[in-house]
Ligand binder design. Structure first.
Ligand SMILES: *[C@@H]1O[C@H](CO)[C@@H](O)[C@H](O)[C@H]1NC(C)=O
Ligand SMILES: *[C@@H]1O[C@H](CO)[C@@H](O)[C@H](O)[C@H]1NC(C)=O
Ligand SMILES: *[C@@H]1O[C@H](CO)[C@@H](O)[C@H](O)[C@H]1NC(C)=O
Ligand SMILES: *[C@@H]1O[C@H](CO)[C@@H](O)[C@H](O)[C@H]1NC(C)=O
Ligand SMILES: *[C@@H]1O[C@H](CO)[C@@H](O)[C@H](O)[C@H]1NC(C)=O
Ligand SMILES: *[C@@H]1O[C@H](CO)[C@@H](O)[C@H](O)[C@H]1NC(C)=O
Ligand SMILES: *[C@@H]1O[C@H](CO)[C@@H](O)[C@H](O)[C@H]1NC(C)=O
Length: 591
């Protein structure tokens, strides 16, 4: 076959539109893809791949993707004009350097083009009329380029465009009416640019816009005027926009908003009527701000709120009526604040609806958390990371039968909380990484086998035969295989950092030696001598007898503490249950 090297690996080739010799000289190959039963020909440049695929919604379509990088121009004359999807991209180490003019519209337009992606290509500007005549184009993705400004003429003729992604560019300026021709636009992503202000009438004609992302722009302030033109907005994001406040007139203009993300800004306080206009709000993210208090009735009018994140603020307090009217709240994230206690009434509105709550990284003692958990019987996920926990009492989740996900990572647990976990029958995700666990016993391992997703990494695993032997057995024989093989030994020093996967029983240290056992006998004898001496001294010193007597009793109580701390905690907890149940019922009846 004379033209054997002509054919790129791919489906069988029969003919091509362009003379083969000519293509060979140019270094392009053609290939034919059987399109449905028609057997139509398509051409495909070597640096691209072309596939016809069947999309349930769009039918059979041709997708061309040129993603190898190092391109200086789009090989547009060799691209099949019937393509529906065109992707031009590059790996980070082989970026493209492209300019685009009206290349997709002249001489013959890509009349069927539905999606155009040109990313990682250092495009400096779009050019006038670049997309003129692409009436079927619905999505333009020009993220990760080098655009510094955009204007009205860039988007002429795109009457059916619904999505425009211009994130990760260097856009500073956008004049009034920039998007005037995009009357069908629904999604506009402008995140990660250098936009400092929103000029009046910027979004004119975008009456159908429902998703606007301005995150990662140094805006510092939002001009309420621009929101007049986008009153059907449903999702608005402005994370890391250097905002200190938002003019609440904005919320008044976009009453249909159901998702608002203002995370990682610089809010210090919110007034109690801040979100009063947003009656349809379902998801609100205020994480990573500087809020120190959530006042009473803050979300009183946001009755449909389902997700609320207040993580990474400076909250010391949730006011007693902070969650008033949030009877459909499902996820509440309070992690990484400075909360040290709760008003039980705060949680009364959410007792029926709340499914996950995150307490991680606060100054909360366990009993404050226990008091809240006992009124949340439907809770599925609990975050208890970064709370300096040394142990968790076995009856801690007595009232939370439905627990499915538990994060107790980044604490100081030294033993696996086996008893606690025997009572959480439905647990499917457990993160206990970054603790000080040294061993897992056979019964611990059996309990773990029934949990689908486990993270045990970054603990102080002891690699001697007595401690790690059973773990090695489970590694080779059970579903814990994957979990255990990624753990690393912590002690002895000789084995620190060695993966369990690379470990065999013979490489483990022997069990603590008989020499150590002898040493402990000697230590015991010495203690006995000290005790005898003390007794003699005590007998000699009659005046201190009472004090000595008391000391012994105190010692006994401490011993009891250490052996059965759970019982003690259980009792105090039950005590507190009795006292706190009363006000809770009052509250729930009253509301
Ligand atoms: C594009 O817009 C034109 C004019 O509004 C319309 O006739 C046509 O059906 C639209 N095409 C698609 C694919 O929506
Ligand atoms: C834009 O293109 C990049 C690279 O192909 C892709 O990762 C990203 O998901 C695209 N965005 C959209 C909205 O399709
Ligand atoms: C990106 O744009 C800036 C500003 O116009 C320019 O200085 C820089 O050279 C451009 N980078 C590339 C890779 O084209
Ligand atoms: C709670 O919702 C009810 C009914 O919509 C409303 O009358 C009441 O004012 C709301 N409470 C607050 C504090 O906004
Ligand atoms: C808090 O915990 C919830 C549920 O466990 C989880 O979905 C969320 O990501 C956590 N938040 C943070 C900030 O870790
Ligand atoms: C715990 O705190 C550490 C240190 O601040 C942080 O890196 C980690 O992400 C936190 N983990 C969780 C689950 O909150
Ligand atoms: C454990 O996992 C390793 C690597 O994924 C695999 O090679 C081995 O067959 C697995 N053993 C068992 C018992 O599942």
């Amino acid at each position: 076959m004379g033209d054997a090297n002509f054919c790129a690996a791919g489906p069988p080739r029969r003919s091509s539109r362009i003379a083969r010799g000519q293509l060979w000289l140019l270094g392009y190959t053609t290939l034919l893809l059987a399109m449905g039963g028609e057997g139509a020909d398509i051409t495909c440049p070597t640096e691209c791949s072309c596939r016809t695929i069947f999309d349930p919604e769009e039918g059979t379509e041709l997708r061309i993707s040129c993603i190898r990088g190092n391109m200086r121009e789009v090989p547009v004359e060799f691209l099949d004009r019937t393509a529906q999807v065109l992707v031009i991209s590059a790996p980070p180490e082989r970026p493209n350097f492209l300019t685009i003019g009206p290349i997709f519209t002249q001489p013959i337009p890509f009349a069927n083009l539905r999606e155009l992606h040109i990313v990682n290509s250092n495009i400096p500007s779009i050019g006038q009329y670049s997309f003129w005549g692409l009436q079927n184009l619905r999505l333009i993705n020009m993220s990760h380029n080098n655009l510094t400004s955009i204007g009205t003429d860039n988007f002429r003729g795109l009457i059916n465009l619904t999505e425009l992604h211009l994130d990760h560019n260097k856009i500073e300026q956008m004049p009034s009416e920039t998007f005037r021709h995009l009357t069908s636009l629904k999604i506009l992503i402008l995140s990660n640019n250098k936009i400092t202000s929103l000029v009046p009438r910027l979004f004119r004609m975008l009456a159908k816009l429902f998703y606007l992302d301005l995150s990662d722009n140094p805006l510092a302030d939002l001009n309420p005027e621009v929101f007049k033109d986008i009153q059907h907005l449903r999702i608005f994001k402005c994370r890391r926009c250097l905002l200190r406040r938002v003019n609440t007139q904005i919320y008044h203009l976009v009453p249909h908003l159901d998702e608002l993300d203002l995370g990682e800004n610089q809010f210090k306080y919110l007034t109690s009527d801040e979100f009063i206009s947003l009656k349809k709000l379902k998801k609100l993210k205020l994480d990573g701000n500087q809020l120190s208090v959530i006042v009473d009735n803050m979300f009183g009018r946001n009755r449909e709120l389902r997700v609320l994140s207040l993580a990474r603020n400076r909250l010391a307090l949730l006011a007693p009526a902070a969650l008033t009217n949030l009877t459909t709240l499902v996820h509440l994230d309070l992690s990484h604040n400075k909360i040290d206690k709760f008003h039980l009434q705060t949680f009364a509105p959410v007792v029926e609806s709340l499914k996950t709550i995150n307490f991680s990284g606060n100054n909360l003692p366990l009993n404050e958390i226990a008091i809240v958990l006992q009124i949340l019987p439907d809770i599925h996920g609990v975050g208890l990371a970064n709370l300096s926990l040394e142990m968790i009492p076995p009856n801690f989740f007595t009232y939370n039968e439905h627990l499915v996900a538990l994060d107790i990572s980044w604490n100081k647990l030294t033993t696996f909380p086996y008893k606690l976990l025997t009572k959480t029958k439905f647990l499917q995700r457990l993160d206990i990484s970054h603790n000080k666990l040294q061993i897992l016993t056979e019964q611990d391992l059996q309990r773990l086998e029934a949990i689908a997703q486990i993270d045990l990494s970054k603990n102080s695993w002891r690699c001697d035969q007595c401690s790690a032997g059973t773990m090695l057995v489970y590694m080779t024989t059970s579903v814990l295989n994957g979990t255990i093989r990624h753990l690393k030994c912590y002690s002895p020093i000789r084995l620190r950092g060695v993966y369990f996967a690379d470990m065999t029983f013979d490489r483990l240290d022997p069990c603590p030696s008989t020499h150590e056992a002898q040493m402990s006998v000697i230590a015991g004898l010495m203690l006995l001598c000290v005790a005898v001496l003390a007794a003699v001294a005590g007998a000699l010193c009659c005046t201190r007898r009472r004090a000595a007597h008391y000391y012994t009793n105190e010692e006994k109580r401490r011993e009891h503490d250490v052996e059965h701390p759970e019982e003690l905690l259980g009792r105090t907890e039950l005590g507190s249950v009795a006292t706190i149940h009363a006000p809770y019922h009052l509250v729930s009846k009253g509301s």
